[in-house]
Design a protein around this ligand. Structure first.
Ligand code: ATP
Length: 508
């Protein structure tokens, strides 16, 4: 029996624990108590992350004729962030609790008035979760019972703190203390990390760690056009670290303060059919996620309502993923018009235009931007791949196995080579020979210690799609070995050429 539908909290706990135990993800600076919102990727984690990045780069850049790559610097001229609007507007609404010193994102802190027989008798609050509505309803019922208030309780109408009227703020209880009166009204908090360039520590030396990689593509637009032999429509892609001083980093690596983005700016003619191009990229991104193993059933689309879009935006659609803690944004695909290039042209004084041979006129291209976080894909891969199953061992006894059903494209180890016994030199020699041969091209693992069943389980838990066992038939008869499939646990006999053909087909 397979299950990864245990309680969502349990599932997250199991995944975080596996990630630590098997060397996927560690908390940063753990021996000093950790640093909230920062993570390290261990030996298996770096492999998985690199595979996600490589799959994206190969499919997005190398296998296409219309996208080129870029690596821009993390610290850029501060004017970049003035032009992009980040200095003035890259903010989240922050609420402080003056008593507990806790800080909350106002749009993640919900409240409701408790209304009995049409009269407001108090307020309740809760942090955003899968069950915010239910939690607030329960809190309202508890409030009424504790205060022994008679009458009919109305269903709660929930709002977040950005919607609170000034006179309501002092009445809303802090989630930390349960008492009203300590929450501040929301204020704008800029999420960019500041630093200083050079020896002076004054305002003239202030610079920022980039909060997104995208501005690199806009600032280098002319350089790429002038040197890259590109013709519209074309894209510039980049993978790299971004930094945001998130108010409430949470849900493991889902929302952190240092993370990695894979972004692509696809430049199109100002008269091009932007809607079709936008739709095509949404579909490309969705099917790419499926190609690295995310189940279609966990993916959905969310179109941002028109009234919530920035004034220059023509439309944004997010690909959402069903994480154990709720359906959340994984990949944003935005149609940004020509806003960014125009802003940089105006601020720098350097035109960002292209010459149209057909009309003999210059124009500023428009852009479609698919932007995704590597760490969020990493977490989605772990969450949807994780399962605990009851299986029968060779003697028919039922035992538990933990398995990560990772696609061979992203699995950190593609094949484990297991000699059946370790005390037969020619058997071990054949296993080592195959191991060395495979290692030239693939990430493989050699393991000769412990019972074969235990060795299979160890590989199941880290998502290795296949185990190869070298046995007596290999060396004494026909050279074939057993190939054990992680998901079906079926074993078949194949030879070396068939193994290489299988890897060639599945690992790309
Ligand atoms: P959110 O609304 O979740 O804060 P966003 O809409 O601000 O995200 P974008 O600015 O569109 O995010 O960034 C593009 C992508 O970068 C997101 O879809 C997400 O995959 C990733 N990302 C953004 N912020 C973080 C973060 N703090 N930690 C990890 N990944 C992030």
């Amino acid at each position: 029996m397979s299950s990864n539908s245990a309680g969502s909290d349990n599932l997250m706990e199991a995944i975080v624990s596996l990630a630590k135990r098997r060397g996927f993800v560690f908390q940063s600076s753990e021996i000093y108590g950790g640093l909230n919102g920062f993570f390290d990727y261990g030996p298996l984690g770096v492999e998985l992350k690199k595979n996600i990045r490589d799959c994206w780069w190969n499919d997005m850049v190398r296998r296409r004729d219309d996208v080129v790559g870029l690596e821009s610097s993390i610290i850029m001229h501060p004017k970049v962030w003035e032009a992009s609007g980040h200095v003035a507007g890259f903010t989240d609404p922050l609420v402080d609790c003056k008593v507990s010193k806790q800080r909350y994102r106002a749009d993640q802190l919900f409240f409701a008035a408790v209304i009995v027989d049409g009269k407001t008798v108090g307020h309740v609050s809760a942090l955003e979760s899968e069950r915010t509505q239910e939690e607030l309803q329960e809190a309202a019922e508890t409030f009424k019972r504790k205060k022994a208030i008679q009458g009919q309780l109305a269903p709660v109408v929930i709002k977040d703190m950005t919607e609170a009227k000034p006179e309501e703020v002092p009445l809303i209880p802090s989630p930390a203390t349960g008492e009203a009166g300590s929450l501040t009204p929301p204020r704008a908090f800029n999420m960019m990390f500041e630093t200083y360039v050079g020896p002076m520590r004054d305002s003239s030396a202030v610079a920022y760690l980039r909060p997104e990689t995208a501005q690199g593509m806009f600032v280098d637009f002319k350089n790429v056009v002038d040197t890259g032999r590109v013709k519209l429509p074309f894209g510039i892609a980049q993978v790299g670290k971004s930094f945001r001083n998130e108010i409430t980093p949470r849900n493991f690596i889902f929302r952190s303060r240092e993370f990695e983005q894979m972004e692509m700016e696809y430049f199109i003619h100002e008269d091009a059919d932007w809607k079709k191009c936008h739709d095509d990229w949404i579909e490309w991104c969705r099917s790419w996620l499926v190609s690295i193993g995310l189940p279609e059933s966990h993916l959905s689309l969310y179109a941002h309502p028109k009234e919530k879009l920035a004034f220059y935006s023509k439309g944004t659609v997010d690909i959402m993923f069903k994480y154990p803690f709720g359906v959340q944004e994984l990949w944003g695909i935005a149609a940004r018009g020509n806003y960014d290039l125009t802003q940089h042209a105006n601020t720098s004084g350097v035109p960002q235009m292209i010459f149209d041979e057909a009309t003999k006129k210059k124009f500023t291209p428009h852009v479609i931007e698919p932007a995704v976080g590597v760490d969020r894909i990493f977490l989605a891969v772990l969450c949807s791949g994780y399962a605990e199953e009851d299986v029968k061992d060779e003697k028919g006894n039922v035992e538990k196995r933990t398995v990560l059903r990772l696609s061979p494209r992203v699995a950190p180890i593609k094949v484990a080579i297991l000699p059946l016994v370790k005390n037969k030199p020619n058997l071990v020699a054949r296993a080592e020979e195959l191991y060395r041969k495979l290692k030239r091209k693939y990430s493989v693992f050699y393991d000769e210690s412990g019972a074969i069943g235990r060795r299979y389980r160890r590989q199941d838990e880290i998502g290795t799609p296949w185990c190869v066992t070298i046995d007596f038939q290999t060396i004494e008869q026909d050279g074939t070995f057993t190939l054990r499939d992680r998901d079906s646990m079926q074993q078949t006999r194949i030879d070396e050429a068939q193994l290489f053909a299988l890897l060639e087909e599945k690992v790309y």
